[in-house]
Design a protein around this ligand. Structure first.
Ligand code: SF4
Ligand code: SF4
Length: 82
């Protein structure tokens, strides 16, 4: 999963771009729900939020490092829930 750092300026560009509805407004800044972030695997070649963020504040979350296979499995799981 990716994580939004405190450099976020709450521009709201990333939230509608997420194919998994993983991004929402938190207490002070936007946040990513790690159980819903597939790093866009299963949907796009590149993480959409990371591509669009004007201040580049969305790195990989060191607390949620996942393999490509794990991310794909998560994407399939989320699709099955829809
Ligand atoms: Fe959503 Fe993709 Fe960003 Fe993860 S990397 S929060 S799935 S847009
Ligand atoms: Fe924050 Fe970047 Fe998302 Fe804008 S695109 S709300 S600056 S994380």
């Amino acid at each position: 999963a990716l994580i939004i750092t405190d450099e976020c300026i709450n521009c709201d560009v990333c939230e509608p771009a997420c194919p998994n509805d993983a991004i929402s407004m938190g207490v002070e800044i936007y946040v990513i729900e790690p159980s819903r972030c597939t790093e866009c695997v299963g949907h796009f070649d590149e993480p959409q939020c990371q591509m669009l963020c004007p201040v580049e504040c969305i790195p990989r979350d060191p607390a949620h490092v996942e393999t490509e296979a794990e991310l794909l499995a998560k994407a399939e799981h989320l699709k099955a829930l829809k």
